[in-house]
Design a protein around this ligand. Structure first.
Ligand SMILES: [Zn+2]
Length: 74
């Protein structure tokens, strides 16, 4: 996995995973290898990793964690 692919996965992982699960496009599996280090925010990093882990298990969209590090919540 090159640096560019890693960056793309990190930036788009959460939104793409959530939308895919929401559309019901079959099996959604997020590669959780080293996932915790992809979210380096001390406030929400663990929560985001856990949310993706739960989405893998349930195959259902999970609530996105609101945190200041992602900008103002909608
Ligand atoms: Zn955060």
């Amino acid at each position: 996995m090159g640096d560019e692919l890693t960056r793309v996965l990190t930036e788009g992982l959460e939104s793409r995973s959530t939308s895919a699960a929401g559309r019901g496009d079959g099996c959604v599996l997020v590669d959780l290898w080293d996932i915790e280090s992809s979210f380096d925010c001390p406030d929400c990093g663990a929560l985001r990793a856990d949310a993706l882990r739960r989405m893998n298990l349930t195959q259902r969209p999970v609530a996105v964690v609101d945190c200041d590090c992602q900008g103002p919540a909608a």
